[in-house]
Design a protein around this ligand. Structure first.
Ligand code: 5CU
Length: 386
């Protein structure tokens, strides 16, 4: 665990504001919330694999409690885990599900709301409980509207960047129609927290029945990280980082598998006969993936093992651990034993958090670098005073 004088900043922590919960509850297709008529816990059916038609609605997905939307619960979780600053983001699938006509106004409303909640908390001047946020973009709105929201965000003082999924305007992040968005994000130096939601097609895991045998394990352990890896690799191959060399991206789950696969990606690019650098007829990426990892990309430290962290640190190049930032993924991965109360032997701490803390503490870098991962790096890169 970090020493007591270490400021812990959690940059990977989510919320569903009550208005978003109501939006999910008004839907009947994934993602949606089912509120059983007998008053038992609502169910969050968020991943396509959650919507198992062989189960009654009240057994699909997972129970959703107040930790998903309550600021009091967020602050209590922070206290339990000695997190003094959280940069909160809307949980997946963000605003991807909005009709185009209401997307911009809903985004403005939610982003204003997040900024205001942070302001209310920060006005208390409690150094052990400060809040900032990543905003969400109205991706189903017109490109001009999306760009207008990107340019509005710097006027919200508690917004430290945006959270973005992998589908972009619907055709992925290598879609040339994304260029106006990248240009706006680059010109504002906006940090883009890239986060998965859609995973891989069920067929990649042998179909719905195979997935159902182990619940969320395949979609979350493999689908999420591979989705992130594929999205960033597609951006890289299509030259996004050549056209926008100052983009700033923070990749969820330590970059999925990108740090581990970067060498293979680079080698495949160098051996691709189609690319002009090899006498071919198509333009391949002009920069090495290593350069992108060391210039444009930061990684969260939500990988739960020293092996994963070491790969992330190594891929980050000379800055190494200086490009990693601590996260918890709250309210996901709660305790499954129901022992959440203070007074439990372990203080009610979540094993998903303590395992990450332990992996970071034992990763084998110096004390200063460990303190950087816990908070110093986020403070420096996101402009948070500690
Ligand atoms: O457990 C999950 O489904 C999730 C999720 O949906 N989003 C996330 O950030 N982490 C875990």
């Amino acid at each position: 665990p970090p020493s007591t004088n270490t400021t812990i900043i959690d940059i990977h922590t989510h919320t569903y504001p009550p208005s978003y919960i109501d939006l999910l509850a008004s839907r009947t297709t994934v993602p949606y919330i089912h509120r059983p008529s007998d008053g038992s816990d609502p169910r969050l059916i968020i991943l396509s694999s959650d919507d198992d038609p062989s189960k009654p609605l009240h057994q699909r997905g997972r129970p959703i409690d107040k930790s998903y939307s309550s600021w009091a619960e967020k602050l209590s979780f922070m206290k339990t885990h000695s997190v003094s600053i959280s940069v909160v983001s809307l949980a997946n699938p963000w605003l991807d599900i909005l009709p185009p006509t209401t997307a911009l106004t809903t985004a403005q409303h939610i982003n204003n709301d997040l900024n205001a909640s942070c302001a209310t908390q920060n006005a208390k001047n409690d150094p052990s409980a400060r809040l900032y946020a990543f905003a969400s973009l109205p991706l189903s709105a017109t490109p001009d509207e999306i760009v207008s929201e990107i340019h509005r965000l710097p006027s919200l003082p508690n917004i430290k960047g945006i959270i973005l999924g992998t589908t972009g305007l619907g055709a992925g992040l290598d879609d040339p129609n994304m260029d106006p968005l990248w240009a706006a994000l680059e010109s504002n130096s906006t940090m883009i927290f890239l986060h998965p939601h859609y995973g891989l097609p069920e067929s990649a895991f042998g179909g719905a029945e195979t997935i159902a045998r182990s619940g969320h394990v395949l979609p979350l352990a493999l689908g999420f990280p591979l989705e992130t890896t594929i999205a960033v690799t597609r951006m890289y191959l299509s030259g996004v980082f050549d056209r926008f060399p100052r983009l700033r991206m923070l990749l969820a789950h330590s970059g999925g598998t990108l740090p581990f696969l970067a060498g293979r990606i680079q080698s495949c690019v160098e051996h691709e006969r189609d690319f002009t650098s090899n006498g071919g007829h198509k333009q391949g990426p002009r920069r090495e993936i290593w350069d992108v990892l060391r210039t444009n990309i930061w990684l969260d430290a939500v990988i739960y093992s020293k092996a994963g962290l070491k790969s992330a640190i190594e891929a980050a190049g000379p800055e190494g651990a200086g490009r990693l930032m601590f996260g918890t993924d709250h309210p996901f991965f709660p305790r499954v034993d129901g022992k959440e109360k203070d007074g439990e032997e372990d203080g009610g701490k979540w094993p998903s958090v303590t395992s990450n803390l332990e992996a970071i503490g034992g990763v084998g870098v110096g004390e200063e670098e460990v303190r950087g991962i816990f908070g110093g790096n986020a403070a420096r890169v996101l402009g948070i005073e500690i």
